[in-house]
Ligand binder design. Structure first.
Ligand SMILES: Cc1cc2nc3c(=O)[nH]c(=O)nc-3n(C[C@H](O)[C@H](O)[C@H](O)COP(=O)(O)O)c2cc1C
Length: 284
């Protein structure tokens, strides 16, 4: 099981020592044009997680390719570039310009920008024409049937799935007004874990693609639960803001959690947990 960061939760150039604990570094989502992101406040704490409405702030494709990517390359860590956009051509144009990286993650699910007009499968199909690099489709659990989306992106040529992105949510201040200037944001952290485990479980059954599981992972035991639901790898997001040592800690805890269960590696428990769909069929 490899440990990555979740896109947008680590600046590898500002914190290279944290990034070097990872098996691969995933960039913040890059869009064709520069974006300043949403107005502040754009972060709020909630009881069991956090809300963010960063709004895909990023330097845009041109500057990212000319300045950021070469500097990231110097870190000597395998790189994944997270690609965003507002139509299939946006995504494909960025994919066609990427080389020398390990994989591309297509952010098909940011809750802080208006929905992409093209469907997830259309975007993946366009990107498949544009690059031979491995394509991971990052999906949202907000879709009524995420397994259906997983099947569709697999048929369109995705090589893997990243599950899950944040869920749209809101938090109120003392005067009963939204804390975030945008009104709503993406919920991340521990509150997301059960939702993510479900999504990993049903998608691993729907499409036989490798899955990077994420959503509230804070410990080695959490990581092992993602493996049991079908994830091959995991990514750490919100936990990194409070604990920059999390990648090394989670890796050590994961080994201990395996030993506790008497298994050699997380691969030995992969898909051990029956998905709710399978359970339903078993009991039907
Ligand atoms: C501050 C912040 C910024 C994020 N930015 C992005 C982003 O640019 N692209 C993306 O695909 N996901 C982004 N995410 C979502 C995370 O990559 C991840 O899917 C989500 O936070 C769930 O994992 P976690 O609960 O471990 O944080 C962001 C999350 C946070 C908290």
């Amino acid at each position: 099981m490899r440990i990555l960061n979740a896109s947008g939760c680590l600046d590898a150039l500002a914190a290279p020592d944290v990034a070097r604990q990872l098996d691969a570094f995933v960039t913040k989502t890059v869009t064709p044009q520069p974006r300043e992101g949403s107005a502040p406040p754009r972060i709020a704490e909630t009881a069991h997680g956090m809300l963010n409405a960063i709004g895909l702030a990023n330097p845009g494709r041109k500057r990212f390719l000319a300045e950021h990517l070469p500097r990231l390359g110097e870190l000597g860590i395998p790189l994944w570039v997270s690609v965003g956009g507002f139509c299939a051509d946006d995504y494909a144009a960025t994919c066609s310009r990427l080389a020398g990286i390990e994989a591309i993650e297509l952010n098909l699910s940011c809750p802080n920008v208006d929905e992409a007009a093209d469907s997830a499968a259309e975007i993946v199909a366009a990107c498949r024409q544009a690059t031979e690099l491995p394509l991971y489709a990052k999906l949202s659990a907000a879709h009524p049937d995420v397994a259906d989306v997983a099947r569709a992106v697999a048929a369109a040529g995705a090589d893997g799935l990243s599950l899950i992105n944040t869920l749209r949510a809101t938090a109120l201040d003392r005067e009963l007004q939204p804390v975030l200037a945008r009104g709503s944001g993406g919920l991340s952290g521990p509150a997301l874990k059960p939702v993510a485990l479900y999504a990993v479980s049903v998608c691993s059954e729907a499409a036989s693609l490798p899955i990077v599981g994420m959503g509230g992972i804070e410990s080695g035991r959490d990581a092992l639960e993602f493996a049991a639901c079908g994830a091959r790898d995991i990514a750490l997001g919100t936990v990194l803001f409070g604990d920059p040592g999390a990648p090394a800690r989670v890796r050590a805890e994961l080994a201990a959690a395996c030993a506790d269960l008497g298994v050699a590696t997380p691969d030995d428990v992969r898909s051990l947990a029956k998905s709710p769909e399978t359970m339903r069929k078993v009991h039907a």
